[in-house]
Write a protein that binds this ligand. Structure first.
Ligand code: ADP
Length: 492
């Protein structure tokens, strides 16, 4: 029999990727398309869902062609995606009513503020806080602001989905309207304790139930693609939001294990086991994964700007030409020269949760160079992570033993070492850094019979580099205190 593969679709904020894995979890091919982000107003972030669909099809076709793999050799498809990003479409035509409102979008900040009295109820049911980040207030915005939308929704003519759900709808030719539980857990309307869409939350946001997708386990038969997508009907058998997929790809299957992903944003997730628990330190509680109906929960710290700070250095400030240049530049100066960057471009996430905050560069002198600013942007990632780890360790009542890192920025060895130094915790970088896509492939492969258990998957996880903390504690404390001072100034 011809060799078989699993195709992972990784639809991220800045790009859409298709990655072909063999049944041992090795990468056979990668195809990628950059995705355009639109910023129509201050704090608004949108994407065209048709761009997302076009690019997704293109990268899937490209990766098969490049790898010389025939569609019938694709055993299954796994989907992972930027979470919370919201699409509302017409069930009859399949056409979106409005652009996708991206997770970073802050347009519903006032609405969230006006609902603050419900925050404790929201947290007890969803594990989330009232922040524009999540899908619920974005759905309400579309229903309230697109002419005719609310009437159509009341008549049951509209469908809501996060990107996974939108892609699944398109891949199945409009046959399946479903999502997985990790994506549902980020909508603000899904009760993660009872595992159901929540009537009280739907009423709070005035969202009709008829718009909602069916919620499924992360590993199950979601549907089959139409034959004209790739030339054969292929089952979609795995789906998870990007951060939860990375948790699986990093094999964080035991309580206390932590992964931190450095892409556009930075997201640290800690497996907390089978029991739902609300954070006392402004972390989120979320579904890590659900297999055979059994939920594993995670604590999450979400930082909105990580790699996007590097993108801003390139595209906004123009002091670098490519992200990879930052490593040598940061190393070219002995220290940060007193410069701190607080990358609050779209507000501050965990643990501050301030949608109105904006970014800042502090401590500039006539001696400040581009290298100091680059270094400050990279250092900020370690300080932000330390904010999260402190909060998580307090919630967990135990220090964090190690951090498994991935994402575009984890390629930067300087960032990984500085992270180990500031957090005083070993940082482990895996051999396969495409952990998000790998997680989607594992989930798809579990259902399709390529993998038998999480234990088997865990055994296949390999460390490529272990970064050991080596900074003197006084230096670490002084640097982190400088960051805390900078954040206080931004929040003031
Ligand atoms: P996403 O999945 O959110 O689209 P990725 O995981 O692909 O993001 O990571 C891309 C981000 O990583 C970009 O914002 C880019 O600026 C940053 N990045 C990529 N390589 C490096 C590097 N060597 N050093 C620092 N940042 C990097």
């Amino acid at each position: 029999m011809a060799q078989q593969y699993i195709l992972a679709i990784d639809q991220g904020t800045t790009s859409s990727r298709a990655i072909l894995f063999d049944l041992q979890g090795n990468i056979e091919g990668v195809a990628q398309q950059e995705l355009t982000l639109h910023y129509p107003h201050n704090g608004w972030v949108e994407q065209d869902p048709e761009d997302i669909w076009r690019d997704t099809q293109a990268v899937c076709r490209d990766v098969l062609e490049q790898s010389d793999v025939r569609p019938v050799q694709v055993l299954a498809i796994g989907i992972t995606n930027q979470r919370e990003t919201t699409v509302v479409w017409d069930r009859a035509t399949g056409k979106p009513l409005y652009n996708a409102i991206v997770w970073q979008d802050r347009r519903t900040a006032e609405l969230c503020q006006s609902l603050k009295k419900h925050e404790s109820m929201v947290q007890q049911k969803t594990g989330l806080l009232l922040d524009p980040y999540f899908s619920g207030t974005k759905i309400k915005w579309i229903l309230d602001n697109v002419p005719g939308a609310r009437e159509k929704a009341k008549r049951g003519e509209l469908a809501f989905g996060t990107i996974d759900s939108f892609l699944l709808w398109r891949l199945t030719g409009g046959k399946v309207h479903a999502t997985d539980v990790t994506n549902a857990s980020r909508t603000l309307i899904y009760n993660i304790v009872k595992q159901e869409w929540d009537s009280e939350l739907l009423a709070m946001l005035d969202i009709p139930r008829s718009m909602l997708p069916e919620v499924k386990d992360n590993s199950c038969l979601f549907g089959k693609t139409t034959a004209d997508f790739l030339g054969a009907e292929i089952p979609v058998t795995g789906m998870a939001g990007d951060q939860q997929a990375a948790l699986v790809g990093q094999a964080c299957f035991n309580a206390g294990m932590v992964k931190s992903t450095y892409g556009t944003g930075c997201f640290a997730l800690m497996n907390i086991g089978k029991n739902f628990r609300v954070s006392k330190n402004k972390m989120l509680t979320t579904v890590g994964y659900r297999l055979n109906g059994e939920v594993t929960y995670a604590l999450e710290g979400s930082i909105f700007s990580a790699g996007s700070a590097v993108q801003w250095l390139r595209d906004g400030l123009g002091i670098i030409k490519a992200a990879a240049e930052t490593e040598a530049l940061a190393q070219s100066v002995p220290d940060n020269g007193g410069v701190y960057m607080v990358p609050g471009f779209t507000g501050l996430g965990a643990p501050y949760w301030n949608p109105q905050a904006r970014g800042a560069l502090l401590g500039l002198t006539r001696g400040t160079t581009a290298a100091h600013i680059v270094r400050a942007a990279l250092e900020a990632q370690a300080y932000q992570t330390q904010d999260l780890l402190r909060a998580m360790a307090e919630d967990a009542g135990a220090p964090i033993a190690e951090i498994r890192v991935d994402g575009g920025m984890a390629k930067n060895g300087w960032v990984c070492q500085f992270l180990a130094d500031i957090t005083a915790t070993p940082v482990l970088r895996p051999a396969i850094t495409e952990t998000t896509a790998l997680g989607a492939a594992y989930l798809a492969g579990l259902q399709a019979g390529a993998f038998t258990s999480l234990e088997e998957i865990g055994k296949g996880w390999n460390c490529e580099h272990r970064f050991i903390p080596s900074m003197p504690p006084e230096t670490q404390q002084k640097l982190y205190a400088g960051w805390q001072h900078a954040v206080r100034q931004v929040l003031a």
